[in-house]
Ligand binder design. Structure first.
Ligand SMILES: [Zn+2]
Length: 320
């Protein structure tokens, strides 16, 4: 549980010390030149200096704990940032910008919305960060889902039926999301342009060890690529077969269920350009779920650690 009376959520100095302890476990680190030699970094305590200001004696540049992070150049006070990270990390289905605005007492919806996106940016895990999924004796479930309507409608092929008003056209006008889950382990989800065998293959071979056994539904997009893996077992959803022995895609279905409840219940609207960041947020929490023994606090600290080396400028994010 997050203790909301903790001074890190109310006191500027305590919040800064908290961020410093998490981002600089071995002492301050110069984000300009990479110098981490404590003797070559001086903390500036003068009255005229901003609190938490350091100078690097190698490159002569100044920095604080937020420089080079998603919090850089933000006017939001540090205790609010710390609380924002903790709230977003602890809420299974996410926190809306409206709710952040109210709970943190932020000045505008725009500020809250942008803060939430910067925290999501800090939650992004790069493929290279964690290595491929699966391995010998491991099961990886793959599945695709559809969420929201494409902003650029896909052109209909000749003879293809028009989509109905409720978009019941086999998902042709929906945004496609592919998910890969290592049974008992991590998830990685991707927003892709089309649900073709080629697209799915590219994701599978890049992110999943070929020594894994793949579990999918009967969709033909997995048939050919499945042969490249140690094994490929399918359940036939169209024949109401959902589990056969240990063969199923229930783990990835559960990931979709949490994502969809969050997107529908909390976020409601999501521009297509922002979808990957929302996916990263849900992946981040799933990969640090409490079933793996990770507490809300540890999850929040991991997000703060991820804030390093990433920045997100408002111009890049654009409008809600
Ligand atoms: Zn430096």
């Amino acid at each position: 549980m997050t203790n909301l009376t903790d001074p890190i959520f109310h006191d500027e100095d305590k919040a800064r010390e908290h961020l410093e302890a998490i981002r600089w476990p071995n002492g301050p680190y110069c984000p300009h030149c990479g110098n981490a030699d404590e003797d070559q970094i001086t903390k500036l305590n003068g009255k005229s200096h901003r609190k938490g200001l350091h100078v690097c004696n190698e490159c002569r540049e100044h920095f604080t704990v937020t420089v080079g992070s998603v919090m850089e150049r933000s006017h939001i006070p540090l205790p609010k940032w710390v609380l924002g990270f903790h709230l977003m990390a602890a809420s299974k289905k996410g926190v809306s910008a409206h709710q952040l605005m109210r709970m943190l007492g932020l000045g505008s919806y725009r500020t809250a919305w942008f803060m939430a996106h910067r925290i999501r940016e800090a939650m992004i895990e790069e493929t290279g960060d964690t290595g491929p999924f699966g391995g010998p004796g491991k099961i990886v479930e793959a599945d695709e889902t559809y969420h929201g309507t494409r902003e650029t409608p896909r052109k209909r092929k000749p003879g293809q039926p028009k989509p109905t008003k409720s978009h019941k056209s086999g998902g042709a006008q929906k945004r496609v999301i592919v998910g890969l889950v290592e049974r008992g382990g991590r998830v990685r989800t991707f927003h892709v342009q089309s649900n073709t065998a080629e697209t799915v293959r590219a994701l599978l071979v890049k992110n999943v060890s070929r020594k894994s056994v793949l579990h999918t539904d009967e969709s033909p997009i997995y048939t050919k690529t499945g042969k490249e893996f140690a094994g490929h077992a399918t359940v036939i959803h169209s024949k109401n077969e959902y589990v056969r022995g240990n063969v199923h895609t229930n783990t990835v279905e559960n990931v979709w269920s949490v994502f969809k409840r969050g997107m529908k219940g909390i976020y409601q609207h999501c521009g297509e350009a922002h979808l990957p960041r929302y996916l990263a947020e849900f992946d981040f929490r799933y990969n640090r779920r409490s079933a793996l023994g990770i507490s809300d606090t540890e999850r929040a600290h991991d997000a703060i650690r991820g804030a390093a080396g990433r920045r997100l400028m408002y111009q890049v994010v654009g409008k809600a």
